[in-house]
Design a protein around this ligand. Structure first.
Ligand SMILES: *Cc1c(COP(=O)(O)O)cnc(C)c1O
Length: 345
């Protein structure tokens, strides 16, 4: 598969904007910077941020055992996903495949970019239907979105089925690993080299506890990263975000501890939820939330709101009738949730 064949012609021809900091970036020497029309008075953020986020990429490359050239950083994974659409999908012509129930942003971004969405629902056990997916794609199908662990079902996709799709799907396969740090399954990062059409997205918004700074990461072949990099806004990741992310990444033990607490709480919550009278199913979860089938999702959702607890009602998603999604909170929050659920009639 030749990736170049999948890149839009206008993107291939595009000459990227060259920012001041792209043209001269040798910040190690004591240079006088009069090139970017910045205010010269130092307040910590008066200079434009590093457009290539070099320090962050060095840390990520080291921690993930991958080359810097395989990394692109975005303003949340949502920006990364949008860049992927814009590189590969010709508006009003191309289409992508999503597997509902899944993350809503794939469809929103498709709509923003005037790209058609082919939806192939997951099976009853929330696994991809490989043959249906491959059968439904055509010459205009450019991207397949696999969210694993999947939001909102919480499960990971079977690795063998993902591999079949990576080998046989004639287009880009995006594996969204927003929840990978909560999963027993291995990241696909280790196998990036093997699949030239694979793009992996991760984020600091969930396990790393940094939804507020907006930092998403994309791993792919150098060829794909080069073209995504070419079209990204030059200063897409701001200075404060880069600093905060570096701080957090320098303390991996803190992150690991929080993940372990969340996983412990997930187990606790599961066992308690299973004992609630109106709970019918607590689905297996590889993420920091659980999907729960109840007797009447709208009723239970409203009751919880009345008690000051906000959860997500997923009843309108395919395969999720009467399902609620509970994010794992702190011990105190989870206890409050269970105590409240017990009082509902
Ligand atoms: C929360 C979530 C993200 C995170 O997006 P950011 O823009 O990085 O905050 C990505 N994908 C899925 C499936 C999610 O649930």
């Amino acid at each position: 598969m030749n990736i170049q064949d999948f890149i839009r012609d206008n993107i291939k021809a595009l000459k990227p904007y060259s920012s001041a900091r792209d043209e001269y970036k040798d910040a190690t020497t004591n240079m006088v910077f009069l090139d970017a029309n910045e205010n010269p008075y130092n307040n910590g953020v008066n200079r434009y941020p590093d457009p290539q986020q070099s320090s962050l990429k060095n840390v990520l490359a080291h921690q993930k055992g991958i080359s810097k050239e395989n990394i692109l950083i975005g303003n949340g994974s949502d920006e990364v996903l949008d860049l992927i659409f814009r590189v590969f999908c010709e508006p009003n012509r191309d289409n992508v495949i999503t597997l509902p129930p899944t993350y809503g942003m794939y469809e929103v971004l498709a709509n923003v970019n005037a790209v058609e969405v082919i939806k192939i629902n997951l099976s009853d056990s929330f696994q991809p239907k490989v043959d249906d997916i491959l059968d439904s794609s055509n010459q205009f199908t450019k991207i397949l979105f696999l969210c694993s662990p999947n939001n909102p079902s919480g499960n990971s996709f079977n690795a063998k089925e993902i591999e079949k799709l990576l080998i046989n799907f004639k287009g880009i396969v995006v594996i969204d690993e927003a929840y990978i740090d909560f999963s027993k399954q291995q990241s696909w990062l280790k196998r990036l080299e093997k699949f030239p059409n694979l793009i992996i997205t991760q984020t600091l918004s969930k396990a790393y506890g940094m939804a507020g700074i907006r930092l998403g990461i994309c791993y792919a072949s150098k060829e794909i990263i080069l073209v995504l990099n070419k079209i990204k806004p030059p200063y897409n990741v701001n200075e404060l975000t880069q600093q905060k992310a570096l701080e957090r990444l320098s303390k991996p033990d803190d992150v690991t501890k929080e993940i372990q607490n969340i996983l412990q709480q997930r187990n606790w919550l599961r066992t308690k939820l299973e004992k609630i009278s109106f709970v019918e199913t607590v689905y297996p979860s590889d993420a920091n939330f659980v999907l729960v089938k109840v007797d009447n999702a709208i009723k239970r959702y409203d009751q919880l709101i009345q008690k000051g607890i906000v959860i997500r009602n997923r009843t309108n998603q395919p395969g999720c009738e009467n399902c609620l999604r509970f994010t794992i909170g702190t011990k105190t929050e989870n206890e409050k949730l269970i105590e409240t659920l017990k009082t509902l009639s």
